[in-house]
Design a protein around this ligand. Sequence first.
Ligand code: HEC
Ligand code: HEC
Length: 376
Amino acid sequence: MNKINGKVFVWPLCTRMIHWIIASSFTIAFITSFNKEYFTLHIAFGYVFGVVLSFRIIWGFIGPSYATFNTFQLQFYDLKHYFAEKMKDRWRKIYPGHNPASSWFTIIVLSLGYIIVLGGILLYGIQEGSGPLAFLNAYYYNSSYALLSLHTYMSFLLVLSATVHIIGVLIEQFYHKTHMLFAMISGYKNCEGKDTKISQMRNIFAYGVIALSVSLFYFIMSDSESILTKNRFQKIDFKQENSIFYEKCGKCHKNYPPYMLPNESWVKLFDGLENHFGEKITENNISKSEQVSIKNYVLSHSSETSTRKISFKTLDSLGDMRPLSITKSPYWRASHKDIDPTIFKNPLVKDKSNCFVCHHNFEYGIFDNNLIKIPR
Ligand code: HEC
Ligand code: HEC
């Protein structure tokens, strides 16, 4: 750091890096939430966001001068005064650290951010049966709807607050010319105050957290079996569970996991084997006793017996309907409505019932959003 006349060194490099990691990890996690093909990225950036937020809170107590919470301007009077002066263009003071608006914004990011991250990890456990809280999947599925709304609305609220923050920063930078944006790049502000000095220990701590968040990202992207992303549902060996189901029902298509349809749908499907989606399946193909064995197996593993998201949401969306195909359920339709219909006609896909080409390992009973990939 070199002393520059008329400028104050406010943000050390590590603080600036953390600032941009907070901003970008949230932004990318938000954007990737709209497309489940990027679900792993969503999770990875969500975790990184959580780590840097935690760091920012600790930094608020032990960080260098302008980063600490006790330098924040959190009086409502200050905030009102700040906006009033800026509007009238009568302001005099450039705050070396956080001005009242950015002080409040930091508090908003930290609190909303934490709610979003914790809600996300809870949801990941309850709905997907994945991550450190995967065990909750068996208990709290119904309450996860409220949690999902919270996770979603808080994220939109944070996007809204961030937009206000960005507009404010741009006005500060280009209209009031206070150099607020460039200060987060160069570290220097045109104002009066003391230069920030950062101790070696603080530097080591901050760069350690930066290294941790980068490694965490690579770790999550490359290893789906770690405690952070592991799914509680393991591959089902249908051959071992019921070899007749495995062989006879896996002849024309891969095995559809029984948990994807409710009881009555399966009953209908077995009653209608003579006309099974245009195929005629008779006792010559599957004997009566084999049919009974398969039916018993499937019924004892239907949607009603399962705590998986796909089972819950299918059942929930079906109401009184009991179709033969999951693709008739409103949940399935809603989940796939954004997929270009021509993709289902692609020779690599063939048919919308060919779940296995896009949902990897579905034939082993695995339904994991980290494994969605449309063949192109
Ligand atoms: C003779 C071939 C054949 C056999 C044997 C067969 N199926 Fe099918 N099955 C089909 C076809 C064709 C479809 C339509 C979807 C497709 O094109 O993959 C289908 C669709 C299904 C679906 C609907 C998937 C969806 O869209 O939700 C289920 C469930 C299903 N089969 C279960 C079974 C079960 C259980 C058995 C064993 C009792 C079985 N199938 C045996 C040919 C067969
Ligand atoms: C052409 C590829 C493709 C096929 C075929 C396909 N899916 Fe999907 N499916 C996707 C994609 C992509 C998504 C994620 C959509 C999104 O971004 O929200 C998805 C989403 C889903 C979801 C919602 C996941 C969630 O978290 O809510 C379910 C459940 C699902 N698929 C089940 C099935 C089943 C069962 C079949 C077969 C009957 C099937 N899909 C066939 C591509 C496919």
